[in-house]
Design a protein around this ligand. Structure first.
Ligand code: GDP
Length: 524
């Protein structure tokens, strides 16, 4: 099949949601549709049988942080779906944000009872950086929750995105009877699904079908009235607005019952964008270009005790990857032969033979690959749009044995290069401040410092609440650095960072220095 056709089939997306909204359950069920049965049920307890040789690896296993579940590829009808995992619970980290820079669309999962929650708001902001189209699944309709109309208003108000209901729920909680598809004019009757099966509720054609009255009783007439109301009061789906990130098609259902997800998947296949090209520092690379290009958006320590290497995840932007091909590692200016890349078809860590735009492959990395790196077939290119995000949590590294300072610095620097944490060195003292967006990261770093660098270190609280990269005319930057010495630091790339003790302090500083920009993301 031609490159253009393979590319057109791809749908590369990630799930954005607040913990417990149902991301894991949705993932499992989506994989079921793809025939990746062995995967369903395995998402939750992503444990391996391999003996753990360190606490860090035990931690990885307990918390299900695994390379295999980072990228899941499964077929659906004519499409090839690439679902990128977004770590969400304690393992929430900067990776979660950065994964969103490697997708072409996102699925927002919302708990019908909880509505729009914090984490979803934050992840939505990240999606906005690249105006990523969003599909929405409202989950847990088998429970009592907010009125669907109110919920859509809430999404529109809080997230500033229009809602276009594609399906509409018939009752909820104990009265949940199914969903009506506003565009297909079909009703799917709710049926609970057990275990691995997709629920096969009866499908009824037409809202006027008397069969509806038979099954739904009074609720049939209620539904007809409600649908009329909804059609009048809500946005109609508009492909252009969806692709511009201004409108989200909304689907209702119950993930745990595998109900309503097929309609959602159909929506993905039909409307979600195929892989798009990407900007580089010099030109835009189109997905249909013949020459292969790609960028690295995530680096993960390998959980295989036998191979203490790391896996670099590369998104293919253009061209076709073939096993054994030679690629140029642009930053270091070297040609490397990629013999053993990993693909992620349905939980099997297979060696990638071929991969197309929108696909992701895992490269074995012995420390030469960094986040943001570009690979090409020879051209000097540097992809943009794979930033560092300002951390939200900060700790000072406290060394047990002062003789181990060199090892500590080396360890912190190297671990920061994997991208889940960032290292800051204040201008006016010798502190080493670690920043992260998820609290587990400090634990992980402490454990790995011990295992891999033989350094025992504690992370203690430090008076920093937020950080911003400082950009502006050099003279102004110099003036600023002198004036506010106690609150400035350099990051791993020697970029100047303002480390603010409070949010209010940050606002005041921004007002005081109007010629400077304080930005929350930094390009690699
Ligand atoms: P995650 O934290 O977003 O990955 O959420 P999970 O998929 O782990 O789901 C959180 C909890 O909600 C689990 O106990 C699920 O069984 C439950 N859950 C998920 N989907 C549904 C649903 O459709 N209905 C009900 N009643 N519970 C659900």
């Amino acid at each position: 099949m031609s490159l253009a056709l393979e590319t057109a089939k791809r749908r590369t997306f990630a799930i954005i949601s607040h913990p417990d909204a149902g991301k894991t359950t949705v993932t499992e069920k989506l994989l079921l549709y793809g025939g990746a049965i062995q995967m369903a049920g395995a998402v939750k307890s992503r444990k391996t049988d391999r003996g753990a040789t360190s606490d860090w690896m035990k931690m990885e296993q307990e918390r299900g942080i695994s390379v295999a579940s980072s990228v899941m590829q499964f077929p659906y009808k004519g499409a090839v779906m690439n679902l990128l995992d977004t770590p969400g619970h304690e393992d929430f980290s900067e990776d979660t944000y950065r994964v969103l820079t490697a997708v072409d669309s996102a699925l927002m999962v919302i708990d019908v009872a909880k509505g729009v929650e914090d984490r979803t708001i934050k992840l939505m902001e990240v999606c906005r950086l690249r105006t990523t189209p969003i599909l929405t699944f409202i989950n847990k309709l088998d429970r009592e929750g907010k009125e669907p109309i109110d919920l859509l208003d809430e999404v529109e108000d809080v997230l500033k995105i229009g809602c276009a209901p594609m399906t509409w729920p018939i009752g909820m909680g104990k009265r949940f009877k199914g969903i009506y598809h506003l565009y297909n004019d079909t009703v799917r009757i709710f049926a609970t699904a057990e275990g691995q099966r997709a629920s096969e509720g009866e499908l009824i054609e037409g809202l006027d079908n008397p069969r509806l009255d038979e099954i739904l009783g009074d609720q049939a007439e209620e539904l007809r009235e409600e649908v009329e109301l909804v059609r009048g009061a809500s946005n109609e789906f508009d492909l252009e607005l969806f692709l511009a990130g201004e409108l989200t098609p909304v689907f209702f259902g119950s993930a745990v019952n595998n109900f309503g997800l097929q309609e959602l998947l159909d929506g993905f296949e039909k409307y979600a964008p195929a892989p798009k090209g990407r900007e580089t520092e010099t030109r835009e690379v189109k997905a249909d270009e013949d020459k292969m290009t790609g960028f690295v958006f995530k680096i993960q320590a390998n959980m295989d005790p036998a191979h203490r290497d790391r896996v670099a995840f590369m998104r293919i932007v253009s061209g076709k990857y073939e096993a054994g091909m030679k690629l140029k590692h642009v930053r270091i200016g070297k040609d490397v032969k990629i013999a053993k890349a990993i693909t992620f078809l349905a939980n099997k860590r297979d060696q990638a033979e071929v991969a197309y735009p929108g696909d992701n492959i895992g490269l074995h990395n012995h420390g030469t690959i960094k986040i943001g790196d570009t690979f090409t077939q020879g051209e000097e290119l540097k992809f943009t749009g794979i930033p560092n995000f300002a951390p939200e949590l900060f700790r000072r590294a406290q060394l047990k044995d002062p003789m181990k300072m060199k090892a500590l610095q080396k360890g912190l620097t190297q671990l920061s290069e994997e991208g889940a944490t960032q290292l800051f060195r204040p201008v006016n003292n010798n502190d080493l401040i670690l920043g992260a967006v998820g609290v587990l990261q400090f634990e992980v770093v402490a454990q790995r410092l011990k295992d891999e660098y033989n350094v025992t270190c504690l992370f203690e609280p430090v008076n920093v609440s937020t950080a911003r990269w400082v950009i502006g005319p050099q003279a102004e930057i110099d003036k600023f650095t002198k004036k506010v010495t106690e609150n400035v630091a350099y990051d791993a790339a020697d970029q100047l960072v303002y480390i603010a003790p409070t949010r209010v302090n940050l606002t005041l500083t921004e007002e005081r220095w109007p010629e400077l920009q304080f930005v929350a993301t930094r390009e690699h």
